[in-house]
Design a protein around this ligand. Structure first.
Ligand SMILES: [Zn+2]
Length: 89
């Protein structure tokens, strides 16, 4: 089982289909960081490996995980494009 990205524990983690964003802020704003834009820790379709995604219109629904302890949904790190993984924190 995948460990939670926040609490680093897999104890409360279960598989769950999660909904991800249609576009990351980087894509939405042309790579520009917009001041005041709160990134809600949400992954977006363009940050995932295309071969892992379902065909449209279900591309935002991915087989991820959910941590009951943190109330946080996430996908396994192998889903992420290395280049798209430039988070500020
Ligand atoms: Zn957690």
């Amino acid at each position: 089982m995948q460990a939670c990205l926040r609490c680093k524990s897999a104890e409360q983690v279960r598989p769950k289909a999660i909904l991800i964003g249609a576009a990351s802020p980087a894509k939405r704003f042309n790579g520009e960081e917009k001041a005041g834009y709160q990134r809600l820790d949400q992954l977006a379709v363009d940050e995932c490996k295309p071969e892992r995604l379902k065909a449209p219109p279900l591309e935002q629904l991915v087989e991820g995980f959910y941590c009951d302890l943190c109330g946080h949904g996430f996908v396994a790190c192998e889903w992420l494009k290395a280049e798209g993984n430039r988070r500020s924190r």
